[in-house]
Design a protein around this ligand. Structure first.
Ligand code: SAM
Ligand code: DTB
Ligand code: SF4
Length: 331
């Protein structure tokens, strides 16, 4: 692809109407368009990145995100789990096991409103540099951060900071009251300014409309540059959260969301994230077909379960798609 073609693909000025009409295309037309963009932006063909997740600090979070089982505001709060916050070697051992199983990226989560200074942050920095020394990409998700924390994470070698917008600006106050949309955007900018790549996406199935989904995608595609990774989550409706009784999302709605994310952000890594246990192998293959090029890999997400490693190996084999299995350097 020429530089001119590539620039033409990367727009930041999509209107809400344009995005909404993409989301509403007849499915066969949407599949075709998304595949064309994907193939043009990835001429080397399909390659799925495997990212493993570990919850380093679980539960007891001050934020009130309605979907999250780790919020202290909900009866689902999962505190009391053994904590890994200061166990650098233990975390790195988990990263080594994930690499052995074929993971290319290791993502670590802290159920924090914002990163705190002190021993746990020093340990986080060591975990990041240790994961990088294993030859893996390192991603952290830990809430808001300051400029100096972002700089220190960058110095430790952090590849990517995950901070999701979760939903549209319009639907946001139905979901979270303890932190603003603007604070999320500011956090993303701080990570970006420190030279860390961004992992930023959202969740479907939280009572939002198609227009809300379009609006979330508009904000994501409006970021310059586009986020390097865009996780698309389907709500895992956990008992004890305010969203436990939410009507289940439709698998084809997730396919549509992935497809439009791919069309709007041709080069981003679009990660098929939470909710895969609700998708058949065939629905997951549709997601790959329309441009999902990463999955969370390993039996668990942060506090909920994820398809087994063997099932994912069977999925990639059935789809005929290469993974980043051979990619990590040995270190
Ligand atoms: N506390 C940090 C934060 O909020 O950025 C990091 C951890 S938080 C659990 C990371 C992301 O996981 C959330 O932004 C949300 O998009 C996703 N998530 C959490 N619970 C979920 C659920 N039940 N279903 C789908 N996605 C979920
Ligand atoms: C993302 O977008 N999804 C992941 C990761 N980034 C951190 C987390 C999903 C969490 C699902 C609910 C749980 O397991 O607690
Ligand atoms: Fe959960 Fe993160 Fe929200 Fe805390 S900030 S409640 S960990 S999603």
């Amino acid at each position: 692809m020429s530089a001119v073609q590539s620039q033409a693909l990367e727009r930041h000025d999509w209107s809400l109407e344009e995005i909404e009409s993409l989301l509403e295309l007849p499915l066969v037309d949407l599949l075709w368009r998304a595949q064309q963009v994907h193939r043009m932006a990835h001429p080397a063909g399909y390659h799925v990145q495997l990212a493993s997740l570990l919850s380093v600090k679980t539960g007891g979070c001050e934020e009130d995100c309605a979907y999250c089982p780790q919020s202290m505001h909900h009866s689902s709060d999962v505190t009391g789990q053994p904590e890994l916050q200061l166990q650098v070697d233990g975390v790195l051992e988990r990263a080594r096991v994930a690499r052995q199983a074929g993971a290319h990226r290791f993502c670590m989560g802290w159920a924090w409103r914002e990163i705190r200074e002190g021993a746990a942050f020093e340990a986080m920095l060591q975990m990041v540099s240790g994961v990088r020394e294993l030859g893996m990409e390192a991603c952290v998700t830990a809430g808001m951060l300051s400029d100096s924390q972002a700089r220190r994470l960058a110095e430790a070698g952090l590849t990517s900071y995950n901070h999701n917008l979760d939903t549209s600006p319009e639907h946001y106050d139905q979901i979270i009251s303890t932190r603003t949309y603007q604070e999320r955007l500011d956090t993303l900018q701080r990570a970006r300014d420190a030279g860390i790549s961004l992992c930023c996406g959202g969740i479907i199935g939280m009572g939002e409309s198609r227009r809300d989904r379009a609006s979330l995608l508009q904000v994501l595609a409006g970021l310059t540059p586009h986020p390097e990774s865009v996780p698309i989550n389907g709500l895992v409706a956990v008992e004890g959260t305010p969203l436990e009784g939410q009507e289940p999302w439709q698998p084809l709605e997730l396919v549509r969301m992935v497809a439009v994310a791919r069309i709007l952000m041709p080069k981003a890594r679009v990660r098929l994230s939470a909710g895969r246990e609700r998708l058949s192998q065939e629905a997951q293959i549709l997601c790959l077909l329309v441009g999902a090029d990463s999955i969370f890999y390993g039996d668990s997400l942060l506090t909920t379960s994820n398809p087994a490693v063997q099932a994912d190996q069977a999925l990639l084999a059935a789809a005929g798609v290469a993974s980043s299995l051979e990619a990590p350097a040995v270190g």
